[in-house]
Design a protein around this ligand. Structure first.
Ligand code: SF4
Length: 262
């Protein structure tokens, strides 16, 4: 029987989740609870009810579905022509894809057999054994690095950062191309001290191809209301363009190729 897992979205023709044209699959369930999360429907590992806004008011709908590897691979491989022509492939994102290791590994094995380029988009928070198991199956990793101070990290994400830092070193040692994703969140990740510490750590990662700055945005804030949850970032504005440019310049001066958003 095909291994099953839980996903909450499939995004076709994605352009910002790795090279080329991609299909991004969002696996449901995340061990973190970042205050700025713009996919809060991806945190609970189980399917859940979320309200949907319609012209006639709100209606409940289920977010999240169980799906077998074979069925999901059929969806992914439909666009193989686009992947081949654009240098794209599939990206497994979340939630936290490493939180469903058997499902993820089976998906990756199927992609490997079909020579579909696979990118892992992860928070980096997972047991090292899972990371070691998954790394040989992926061709690229996008990994978040949010906060270097362990206490601050726990305060705003709910977990410590030791496994993330250790896993980033594992990823770099594996030789897989790596991009670091740094969310720029006012009053949380966005301080000179934190960003300088991130740059200092990043230079130790030998396979790093660049850093993507992900400025806080308010897209998705309605999801909190639709889930019946309080939005911890209500009223928070995105960082100013000048601040984003200054952070970009800081990382570039440290020697990195820097992207914004994605
Ligand atoms: S790691 Fe990503 S998906 Fe998980 S809570 Fe944080 S922002 Fe949301």
């Amino acid at each position: 029987m095909s291994i099953e897992g839980t996903i909450f979205r499939i995004k076709k023709y994605a352009l910002h989740d790795g090279p080329g044209i991609r299909t991004t699959v969002f696996l449901k369930g995340c061990p973190l609870a970042c205050r700025w999360c713009h996919n809060p429907e991806g945190i609970d590992p189980e399917p859940q009810t979320m309200l949907r806004d319609t012209a006639h008011g709100t209606v409940p709908e289920t977010v999240g579905q169980r799906i077998g590897v074979a069925e999901l691979i059929r969806v992914i491989e439909k666009d193989q022509l686009f992947y081949d022509e654009s240098g794209g492939g599939v990206t497994f994102s979340g939630g936290e894809p490493l939180a469903q290791p058997d499902f993820l590994e089976a998906l990756l094995l199927a992609c490997n057999r079909r020579e579909i380029h696979a990118t892992l988009d992860t928070s980096g928070f997972a047991p090292a054994a899972v990371v070691r198991r998954i790394l040989p199956r992926v061709q690229r990793v996008l990994c978040d690095l949010k906060i270097m101070d362990a206490v601050d990290h726990r305060r705003v994400t709910g977990v410590g950062n030791t496994p993330i830092l250790e896993n980033l070193s594992l990823m770099a040692a594996s030789g897989v191309p790596l991009r670091l994703r740094v969310p720029l969140i006012p009053k949380m990740t966005d301080s000179d001290a934190n960003l300088t510490a991130i740059a200092r750590f990043a230079v130790t990662l030998k396979t790093i191809e660049g850093i993507d700055i992900l400025p806080f945005h308010r897209i998705g804030e309605q999801k909190y209301r639709r889930l019946g949850r309080e939005n911890p970032m209500a009223g928070q504005l995105p960082p100013a363009a000048e601040r984003v440019a200054a952070v970009q310049a800081m990382f570039e001066t440290a020697g990195f190729h820097v992207g914004i958003g994605g």
